[in-house]
Design a protein around this ligand. Structure first.
Ligand SMILES: [Cu+2]
Length: 262
């Protein structure tokens, strides 16, 4: 080796020019250690600083993604009974919501002279096919503003899926069987769910932030909502809603008078 070996680590040699002969103030000792450790790592593993920056960016992105939270809604009626078939959603207040409709159409089946499912939640731009699995014909229609349509009497597959391209509530009926009813809730947010028999629905992968939490149900006079702040806290309590539901006026097939076509 030519010349003298360096007098201690590079940091020690350069610090004099920054802080003078007295060295850095004690306040910086922790940072100094961290920087030295980082530099040693870069040298030891022959990591190019740009490569290191890339790895750090990936790590940070992972950290941010992992921060998304699950939000559970818990719905009960005035008698504290669970409310099923409600659509819950979270509408972001600080960033625009982007929705990506599924590539393949969803299905609302006609079986046993009923629609199934009774309530479907989907995002704007989603198509739905209406296969008839009964031996009798059905005549599916909607008079609702976000999507008016009619599928005249048919059996088997309907001619083409129906595209739901406006947000809102779409009520479905059958011209032949008065008791047949179903709802499509068209949403402009990707964060939504439908409550199960126990009155709960969990919305996954919600980034932290401010949202308007909305609840819709066929027997609610109007959509319920309130502002919530989602944090990455895994132990967050469920969002509880107590709903004043109108009387259930649904016709049921067993109670409905049989029509000529039944
Ligand atoms: Cu029908």
């Amino acid at each position: 080796m030519i010349g003298e070996p360096p007098n201690g680590p590079e940091w020690t040699r350069t610090r004099g020019s920054i802080f003078g002969a007295g060295g850095p103030p004690a306040l910086f000792s922790g940072e100094r250690r961290a920087l030295r450790c980082l530099r040693d790592l870069l040298i030891k593993f022959r990591i190019h600083p740009l490569g290191f920056a890339g790895v750090a960016a990936l790590f940070l992105a992972q950290l941010t993604a992992a921060k998304a939270a699950s939000v559970t809604f818990k719905l009960a009626d005035g008698k504290d009974q669970p409310v099923a078939d409600a659509v819950v959603s979270l509408i972001p207040l600080d960033v625009p919501a982007k929705v990506v409709p599924p590539a393949a159409p969803l299905e609302i089946v006609q079986r046993g002279e009923e629609f199934s499912p009774y309530v479907t939640a989907l995002v704007v731009g989603t198509s739905v096919s209406f296969p008839n699995r009964d031996t009798v014909q059905h005549h599916v229609y909607s008079l609702s503003k976000p999507k008016k349509f009619e599928l005249p009497l048919y059996a088997g597959e309907a001619k083409a899926p129906v595209l739901f391209d406006q947000p809102g509530i779409v009520a479905l009926g059958c011209n032949i069987h008065d008791w047949m009813a179903a709802y499509v809730v068209v949403l402009a947010t990707p964060w939504f769910g439908r409550t199960a028999a126990d009155g709960t629905a969990t919305v996954a992968e919600v980034p932290p932030g401010r949202y308007r939490a909305e609840v819709w149900h066929p027997r609610l006079a109007k959509t319920q909502s309130r502002e919530v702040t989602v944090t990455a806290d895994a132990a967050a309590a469920p969002l509880a809603f107590s709903l004043a539901l109108k009387a259930d006026r649904r016709l049921h097939r067993s109670n409905a008078k049989s029509g000529l076509y039944n």
